[in-house]
Design a protein around this ligand. Structure first.
Ligand code: ADE
Ligand code: ZN
Length: 326
């Protein structure tokens, strides 16, 4: 028990955290009330987010996100997220921000939202001891045209705070390749790249994200374990997986943490990192993820230090910032 409290308190680096997905249900309820917006079918009787499966999760997520409608709302959300992360011992974090949700993909509005989030992160970050960077994210099921607008927003604001471009959303729609134009635009603007793959579809999707989009990190990527040659390839190319074990178990990708491939991937030499994805939706936190991994796979403080090192090395920020993380 002493060990578990030590492990929960370890310094952590989180690379896969959706900003809207970090909104606590009470935060969204409060915003809805302030604005006199009715949110139907979002909350369970106990007040938590209510969803049946991944498709329904995306619907509930988008309904909840719809109450966030101004730069000020996003500044407040950024602060709420940072407070949660800091409580969990997170010292550096990258968050997925979608211009489709904030600013509607319109560049001038996006700049105002971004400014608000960045200011909130810089103010709160200092007092909370946490450094935040943003990864602009397109939403796969919104299609390639919207993705291009998101990539334009990303390219126009690329710099020392917006450090990457990524893709989330429904992996069952279309293919990675449909988004190559957007990822090329982002790469040319100097951004680092990541894409959700191998969460809902199998190893081919991970292979395509690496080959067709040129990503250096993969969101989830866990189903790569189903193809030993792909695993070898990920090791060789030093591709980093943003693994979110609690999310995978909650959404039914795996029945429980014991059946989750994170330990096999690590033993095979794949660079794995640990994140929460959308912590209040999945009833998790960074400290909970650490605790569960310690209990289920016997991971100790040395193992977690190794994971934190891998994560800091894979961070998309500039070298000076990286040097200050751990
Ligand atoms: N957006 C938020 N969470 C996500 C997930 N787990 N997969 C794909 N898109 C998401
Ligand atoms: Zn995700």
């Amino acid at each position: 028990e002493h060990d578990i409290s030590v492990i929960r308190a370890l310094p952590k680096v989180e690379l896969h955290l959706h900003l809207e997905g970090a909104a606590p249900p009470a935060f969204i309820r409060g915003m809805a009330k302030e604005k006199s917006v009715r949110l139907d079918n979002v909350f369970a009787p106990d007040g938590s987010y209510d969803f049946r499966d991944f498709g329904h999760f995306l619907q509930v997520y988008e309904a909840a996100t719809s109450v966030l409608a101004s730069p000020e709302d996003y500044a407040r959300l950024t602060l709420a997220m940072l407070e949660q992360s800091a409580e969990n011992g997170v010292i550096y974090s990258e968050t997925f921000i979608s211009p489709d949700f904030c600013g509607g993909g319109d560049l001038s509005a996006w700049k105002e939202y971004l400014q608000a989030m960045r200011e909130a992160s810089e103010e709160a970050g200092k007092s909370l001891g946490i450094t935040l960077r943003g990864v602009v994210t397109c939403i796969r099921h919104f299609g390639p045209d919207k993705a291009r607008r998101a990539a334009m927003c990303a390219a126009e604001t690329a710099g020392d705070w917006i450090v990457g471009f990524g893709m989330g959303g429904d992996e069952a729609r279309g293919s990675q390749r449909d988004f190559a134009y957007s990822f090329d635009m982002a790469r040319e603007a100097g951004l680092k790249l990541t894409s959700h793959a191998g969460e809902w579809r199998g190893p081919r999707e991970v292979e395509e994200a690496v080959r067709d989009l040129g990503v250096s990190r993969v969101g989830h990527g866990v189903r790569a374990i189903e193809d030993p040659r792909l695993v070898d390839n990920l090791v060789e190319k030093q591709i980093v997986l943003e693994v979110c074990p609690g999310s995978n178990v909650m959404l039914g990708v795996y029945p429980n943490l014991g059946a989750h491939p994170i330990e096999k991937l690590r033993e095979r030499g794949v660079k794995v990192t640990i994140s929460t994805d959308d912590p209040p939706f999945f009833h998790t936190s960074m400290a909970d993820e650490y605790e569960q991994l310690a209990r289920t796979h016997g991971w100790d403080a040395a193992r977690f230090a190794e994971i934190a090192r891998t994560s800091a090395d894979a961070a998309f920020c500039d070298e000076d910032t990286r040097a200050g993380i751990l």
